[in-house]
Ligand binder design. Structure first.
Ligand code: PLP
Length: 386
């Protein structure tokens, strides 16, 4: 069985496992304890913070370790909006992850914020000029993801961040899908806050981080013992922080070689599927997309049936987003891109890690083509239309 669902989660890398294991056994102290076991844990946490800060090009004190991408998004959006001395308006996009959209909905429902969701084009991309045009004197935050989880499309965050910085509006980006592939250094970018999740890049589930520029006031979500400089109370997940930082550093060291290699394999995968499956549609941008990400719609099928057939053929993939799996509703991302509901129900996403082998990509392409053909055959003549 080959695993082609890296956008949902990835296995823990051996180097990461080796780095975190002692923190569960010999070096298990609480970093707040004043004895030597506590000091050892505090040193490990400090190492993790400095390592992550180095990759992002920021000050260690500007890193808040969290339980993952969802918490980082919640903390960035609610924390920055609620702490802002003025402004009651937030700009975002129609294709953000639910961790962002639901945080925005919460601020609208319970705190009276106005939310503008800028639409996207047929490739899932927001227009930087449209985002800029949506900013008003009352805008307190702008949040646009770096790369989309369902269709892999990259957003013009550098341009948007620069426009926000010029107006003094804090800019946050959800870089959860991007961090394993793209440079995440914020130096000189105008990015004020960035969310990253460990389990998308070879660390365990349940660890992540939020970078937030130190001068910005941030209202904490968790109140308690004042850890993480009062921005996130709770005994620190030292092993998670070390795992997160180790995985991020490895990804950063490897990306220069890994990303172009993966992009070539992705292009091969996309071309093979488009050539071999009649009527197949690529979703997302053809080139400005995550290197390890290919997503399609196959009219005349149901996405779920294709996934089952692909699994029978030895390939694990997904319909687009692990959170929405099993839901009867078509993807909000695909409908925001202008796709009709029926076609959107036929979505399939193949996503692979940098360590993928060429033979696995070839197998995945064959398995997917075969799966679509079988599903259409079983559906009868109506299903063969494309
Ligand atoms: N943001 C994006 C773009 C994601 O793809 C995900 C997870 O799929 C998240 C946020 C949530 O991250 P986590 O699973 O670490 O909570």
């Amino acid at each position: 069985m080959i695993y082609f669902d890296a956008a949902a989660t990835t296995p823990v890398r051996p180097e990461v496992l080796a780095a975190l294991a002692p923190l569960y056994t010999s070096d298990f102290g609480n970093p707040s304890s004043t004895h030597s076991a506590g000091e050892t844990a505090a040193r490990a946490l400090d190492y993790a913070r400095r390592t992550a800060a180095d990759v992002l090009g920021v000050r260690p004190g500007d890193i808040v370790f969290t339980s993952g991408g969802t918490e980082a998004d919640n903390l960035a959006i609610k924390g920055l909006a609620l702490a802002s001395p003025q402004g009651r308006h937030i700009v975002s996009s129609a294709v953000e992850h639910p961790a962002v959209l639901e945080s925005l909905a919460y601020l609208q429902r319970f705190h009276g914020f106005r939310i503008t969701l800028v639409p996207v084009d047929g490739t899932g991309r927001v227009d930087a000029a449209a985002v800029e045009a949506a900013l008003t004197h009352d805008t307190t935050l702008c949040t646009i993801m770096t790369a989309n989880n369902e269709v892999g499309t990259l957003q013009p965050v550098a341009e948007i961040a620069a426009a926000c910085r010029a107006r003094g509006i804090p800019f946050h980006t959800d870089a959860v899908q991007a961090a394993g592939w793209l440079p995440v250094s914020v130096t000189g970018t105008g990015i004020d806050a960035m969310s990253i999740s460990g389990h998308k890049l070879g660390a365990p589930k349940g660890c992540g981080l939020l970078y937030v520029r130190g001068v910005l006031p941030l209202e904490p979500l968790l109140h308690g013992g004042g850890q993480e400089r009062g921005r996130r109370s709770g005994t620190e997940n030292v092993a998670g922080a070390v795992a997160m930082a180790t995985a991020l550093k490895l990804a950063d060291q490897e990306r220069q070689a890994a990303a172009p290699r993966a992009a070539k394999l992705r292009d091969y995968l996309i071309e093979t599927v488009l050539d071999s499956v009649p009527g197949a549609l690529l979703t997302g941008h053809r080139t400005d997309r995550l290197p390890g990400h290919a997503s399609f719609c196959f009219p005349g099928t149901s996405g779920e049936s294709v996934l089952l057939e692909a699994e029978r053929a030895g390939v694990l993939c997904s319909s687009g987003s692990a959170c929405a799996a099993g839901s009867d509703e078509p993807s909000a991302v695909l409908t925001a891109m202008g796709m009709d509901r029926e076609t959107a129900q036929t979505a399939v996403r193949l996503s692979f890690p940098p360590s993928v082998r060429e033979s696995e990509v070839a197998l995945a392409a064959r398995a997917l083509s075969g799966a679509v053909e079988r599903v259409r055959r079983l559906a009868g003549p109506a299903g063969t239309r494309s």
